[in-house]
Design a protein around this ligand. Structure first.
Ligand SMILES: Cc1cn([C@H]2C[C@H](O)[C@@H](COP(=O)(O)OP(=O)(O)OP(=O)(O)O)O2)c(=O)[nH]c1=O
Length: 214
């Protein structure tokens, strides 16, 4: 049977978007869409452990869905779930097939940046749009290739001292001081920052939410 389009299963028009994230970058990026519907932030604690044989795309899709589901469960407990779309996202850095999440500490950040400097790596971000009620989730991901400049140990240590590495996958932020360390990228810039807004706007359209409609 042909899968149902998201609009066919959603009974009511969506009246609010709930971002299942504690990331200030994701909050800013959603705000940048200028959506006419109200946006709320409700992070949740989703389990982020995954089997070793999952591909990067599968990891970020499943984790973004877990985050969205965990937030939807909170809404449901509070009986606040009516006609919401819950958006979850997850970002990982992949180098030679190894997945780098957020560094455990600054030593870990140093090791990550030593590995990433002077070469390319991939950044994957998954996005899940989960309608509350009976609707089906739409889950997708994007990959961006990032070429980092060669960095000496001293430069890596100076960068880590800015504090920017601490809460970011791969221990860098392309939107901050980290921009100085990136030579070029192939693909969506916002995907590296943590939320590919072009992809998200397409996904929202599947639920009748048009960024150009105010
Ligand atoms: C590579 C890179 C990552 N990041 C960030 C995006 C994500 O916030 C973070 C990856 O961690 P995530 O686990 O994807 O997200 P999070 O824990 O920050 O937020 P939440 O789960 O509550 O939504 O790394 C940047 O901000 N810039 C970059 O250049």
């Amino acid at each position: 049977m042909k899968p149902k389009h998201a609009n066919e299963v959603q009974m009511q028009p969506i009246s609010q978007l709930v971002l299942a994230s504690s990331s200030p970058r994701r909050k800013e990026l959603v705000a940048s869409l200028g959506l006419s519907l109200p946006v709320y932030i409700l992070p949740s604690d989703a389990d982020e452990s995954v089997p070793e044989d999952w591909t990067p795309g599968h990891i970020v899709e499943q984790l973004s869905l877990r985050k969205a589901r965990a937030t939807a469960a909170i809404l449901s407990e509070r009986q606040e779930e009516s006609s919401s779309i819950v958006v979850g996202a997850d970002t990982i850095v992949v180098v030679d097939g190894d997945v780098l999440g957020k560094p455990k500490d600054r030593n870990d950040a140093f090791g990550m940046l030593k590995r990433l400097q002077g070469r390319s790596h991939e950044v994957y971000t998954g996005v899940a749009c989960l309608p509350t009620g009976n609707g089906q989730a739409v889950v997708k991901h994007r990959m961006t290739k990032v070429y980092m400049k060669p960095l000496g140990d001293e430069r890596i240590l100076k960068y880590i001292a800015t504090g920017e590495s601490d809460d970011k996958a791969g221990a860098y932020g392309i939107q901050g001081y980290g921009a100085a360390n990136v030579d070029r990228i192939e693909g969506c810039y916002f995907n590296v920052v943590g939320l590919p807004i072009s992809l998200l706007s397409d996904m929202l359209l599947e639920f009748g939410i048009d960024v150009f409609e105010s």
